[in-house]
Design a protein around this ligand. Structure first.
Ligand SMILES: C[S@@+](CC[C@H](N)C(=O)[O-])C[C@H]1O[C@@H](n2cnc3c(N)ncnc32)[C@H](O)[C@@H]1O
Ligand code: SF4
Ligand code: SF4
Length: 520
């Protein structure tokens, strides 16, 4: 099987010697052979992060926003059962075309999962993380979860292991988690107040007994917070997922943020509720809506302070494979993997490939820092704008407007560029033609942005965007996103200063987070 080369623009089908030659060419500008230290760029990590923490997160696409442009993850669906019920979950849903939590095409045994991991690791050498996130709860299926970790730790020791749990039985497993070198654990904490929790969790099953109502929520919150404290004490990084459910826990999540921050959580990922009647969930059927893009961003902004907020979560399937935002799970079905005679795990080629990825990444970080350093004092202002970007990865503007199924959104200010989310849209260009009914919905989805960066764009969408007050920009095609965005922002500030344009806030984007915006 050939390695995926599309994302870093190098041919990993070449012999290893040629790859290593390329790596040698990059040695002048940082290298990971010295443990990730570099002579340019910022591979040492953010100034406010301990080196040992940076070492754990720097290649993890979920724990580092910057890494997600370069490194991939995969989930293996070995954990079907769950010990609680959430009103937003329905795991009976089995669909190859839907990408949302709990959805899988097939469940795997630990042995099948282990073989799949080796096959994916060979085909996608920048896959650095193996997570177990269901389709149920990994710790309600501890034997299967830990057997999978055991098999993978033996055959592919360079792959980082992580799991995502509701936390009910977490305190019972922290020692085992530590023993398997699981560096990253995600706990879903939607409330710290049982009054709120009773509207999210109809029941839990704990110590052979079923609990409902306030009592169920009280036990759950106590176990979750205890589990978090134990992870922190054990030196395991904890990420907290919270599902934002308007009218139920949206206001309360600021309190949740405080509670998890004070107990040592590393990252808080507030995700939008995904809810539609056809999903068959309690919330879907009773019409509970998810938040809008603006509501979600406002809450994330309110929680951001000393604690990192995750804004690049793609709410993946329980069998997702690839870079965040792309789904290559269909390429690795059990049927296809069974057809492979033997999967050889080539750790050397993986390492060599990742060193190339790292050098490209350092180049990108250095370009961003250089662009930012050129910002003069008189460019400092209160102005903020949003820029939408069509990209397929690598941190570059490299997607055609018509081929984009999502736009990454960057907030620009005189402090620099900040990734603040993504917007999924229907595909505008199908079979070479623009879908006229789709275009207005795409424009509405990025209506709060001042510009959209694309690799290419046709005449019709260009005119429509301009008419909506959004600047279509293709001159940064294939350049690094953040460096380009800083350049654009500086030009924008200059135009405001010279009164060539009047700065004004843009309107609200008409997009419900967590759902595809649809032309229908
Ligand atoms: C499928 S769960 C699996 C792991 C574990 N059972 C848990 O709930 O944490 C992964 C994540 O997806 C979230 N999730 C599931 N259904 C969702 C929905 N309809 N909308 C938003 N998030 C959802 C869960 O809350 C959890 O954070
Ligand atoms: S804990 Fe996870 S798997 Fe279980 S019902 Fe909730 S979302 Fe679904
Ligand atoms: S659901 Fe979010 S946190 Fe989990 S793998 Fe996907 S992007 Fe990462």
């Amino acid at each position: 099987m050939q390695a995926n080369t599309e994302h870093i623009g190098i041919d990993t089908g070449k012999p290893l010697e040629q790859l290593l030659e390329k790596i040698a060419d990059h040695k002048g500008c940082g290298t990971s052979s010295d443990g990730g230290k570099a002579s340019c760029g910022s591979s040492d990590g953010p100034a406010d992060m301990a080196p040992e923490v940076w070492e754990k997160v720097k290649n993890h696409p979920c724990y580092s926003e910057e890494a997600h442009h370069h490194y991939a993850r995969m989930h293996v669906a070995v954990a079907p059962a769950c010990n609680i019920h959430c009103n937003y979950c329905n795991r009976k849903y089995d669909c190859a075309n839907e990408s949302r939590p709990g959805v899988v095409s097939e469940k795997l045994t630990p042995e099948q999962a282990s073989k799949k991991v080796l096959a994916v690791a060979s085909a996608i050498p920048q896959m650095t993380v193996l997570g177990i996130a269901g389709p149920g709860d990994p710790l309600a299926n501890p034997a299967k979860t830990f057997k999978t970790f055991e098999l993978i730790a033996k055959t592919a020791p360079d792959i980082k292991l992580c799991l995502s749990t509701n936390g009910l039985t977490l305190p019972d497993h922290v020692d085992t988690i530590k023993a398997f070198n699981v560096d990253h654990v995600t706990i879903t904490i939607n409330m710290v107040d049982p009054e709120v929790g009773q509207h999210i969790y109809p029941w839990i099953f704990y110590k052979n007994k079923r609990y409902t109502g306030i009592e169920a929520a009280r036990i759950l919150t106590e176990r979750q917070l205890l589990g978090l404290e134990m992870l922190t004490a054990a030196g395991v990084l904890a990420k907290i997922n919270s599902v934002m459910i308007p009218g139920i826990n949206d206001k309360h999540l600021v309190e949740v943020n405080r509670a998890v921050k004070s107990r040592g959580a590393f990252l808080h990922n507030i995700m939008p509720l995904i809810s539609a009647p056809e999903h068959g969930t309690v919330f879907g059927l009773n019409g509970q809506r998810g938040p809008s893009a603006q509501e979600l961003k406002a809450l994330q902004d309110a929680c951001e302070g000393e604690m990192n907020m995750m804004r690049h979560c793609r709410q993946c399937r329980a069998d997702a494979v690839g870079l965040l935002g792309e789904d290559r799970s269909a390429e690795f079905t059990t049927e296809k993997i069974d057809e492979m005679s033997e999967v050889v795990y080539d750790a050397e080629t993986r390492k060599a490939y990742q060193e190339l990825v790292e050098s490209e990444r350092l180049e990108k970080v250095a370009a961003k820092e250089a662009a930012l350093a050129e910002m003069s004092d008189d460019e400092v202002s209160d102005i903020k704008i949003l820029i939408a970007v069509a990209t397929k990865g690598q941190g570059r503007v490299n997607e055609h407007f018509g081929h984009a199924t999502e736009f990454q959104i960057y907030e620009m200010s005189s402090a620099g560029s900040k990734f603040v989310g993504h917007r999924r849209v229907d595909l505008y260009c199908q079979g070479g033609f623009g879908e006229e009914e789709t275009l207005p919905s795409v424009v509405r989805a990025i209506n709060d942005c001042h510009a959209v960066f694309v690799a290419k764009i046709g005449g019709c969408p260009r005119d429509e965007l301009k008419a909506a007050g959004i600047d279509p920009v293709d001159r940064f095609a294939h350049e690094f996103i953040e460096e380009s965005a800083i350049t654009y922002f500086k030009e924008y500030l200059a135009k405001v200063r010279s009164h060539e344009v009047v700065h004004e806030m843009r309107g609200d984007a008409d997009i419900r987070q967590g759902a595809y915006i649809s032309a229908a």
